[in-house]
Design a protein around this ligand. Sequence first.
Ligand code: CUA
Length: 308
Amino acid sequence: MFSDLSNFSRGVDTAFAVIIGIGLIFLIGITGTMIYFIFKYNKKRHPKPEDVKDNTKLEITWTVIPTILVMVMFWFGYKGYEPTRKVPKDAIEIKATGRMWSWSFDYPNGKYSDTILVVPVNKPVKLNLYSPDVLHSLYIPAFRIKEDVVPGRDNWMWFKANEIGSYDILCAEYCGKNHSYMLGTVKVVSEEDYNTWVAEVKPSGADAEHPGLTIIKRNGCVGCHTIDGSITIGPSFKGLYGHSVEVETDGTKRTVIADDEYLLKSIYDPNADVVVGFNKGQMISYKDMLSEDDIKEVIEFIKSLDEE
Ligand code: CUA
C-alpha cells in the first residue's frame, strides 16, 4: 500500500492508514460489544427492562475520546495536504489542458505534447490547469495527487517524481460520454533525457504536419471526429468537404452542401445544424478558441483528406 513515487505519497498513505486503522478498531470494538451485549442482556437473564439514568462520566468519555480521534485524523490529513499547496519557486511550469476528452501539455519553450506528460525525475513540476469546456480533474494515482480543472479558474497542482517510469493520468470528474477514455501518461525521465526531449522541435518544411491538422489535434477535435472515415462521436472529416449532408435545423430536416460557410458555422455554432444520426449538445462553440484564419487552415486540411 505504501509508495514513494512522489514527494506526497508518504503523507497521503500515512493519513489513509491512520483513518483505516481507527476505523478497524471501531468496527471490531463495536461488533464485539454488540455480540457481548446480546448474551449479557438477553431476555432469560434480564426478564425486566431497566431504565438507565444519566451517567455524566460516561457521556464525557464518549465525547472526549472521539474528539481526540477526529483531531488525530485531521492532523495526519492536514500534514499530508499542506505540502501540496506549497510549491517551490524553481518548479518547472507546464500548462495542462483538459478538454472533452483528452489531455495535452504546453511547455515553457513552446513544446507541445499530446496525452503524454514528460517530466524530469527529482525536480518540482507545477501544472497550471486549464479547461476550455467543462469540469475535469487531473488525477495521478501513483503520485497521490488530484486537482479539479475548472473553466475560468486558475487551479494548479505540483509534485516531484521520485522514480523513473510511466504512470497513469486519469480524469476524475465525470465530463461526458468519453470521460472514461480521457487517459494520459506521466513519463518520468532523467534530467538529460528531459532536456533532449523538450528541446526537440517539430520538423519543418516538407515533413511538417499540415497546420490544419496541428490545430485540430491541439483543440481535441480528433477526440470526436476521425480523419479516416470511421465514425465515433461526430461525423468524420474524411469524405466531408463538398459533399451533401442531411442536417436537422430547428426540428426540420434539410440537405446542405459541406462548404466553407457550413464548416465555419458548424465550428462556431455546432448545435444549429446537427447532422442526422448524431446527437445535439455534444459539442461546444469554438468561437473563443479558433480564429477564422485557424478555421481556414482546418478547412484546407479537411479538403486535403479527400485528395489522396
Ligand atoms: Cu474529463 Cu472526465
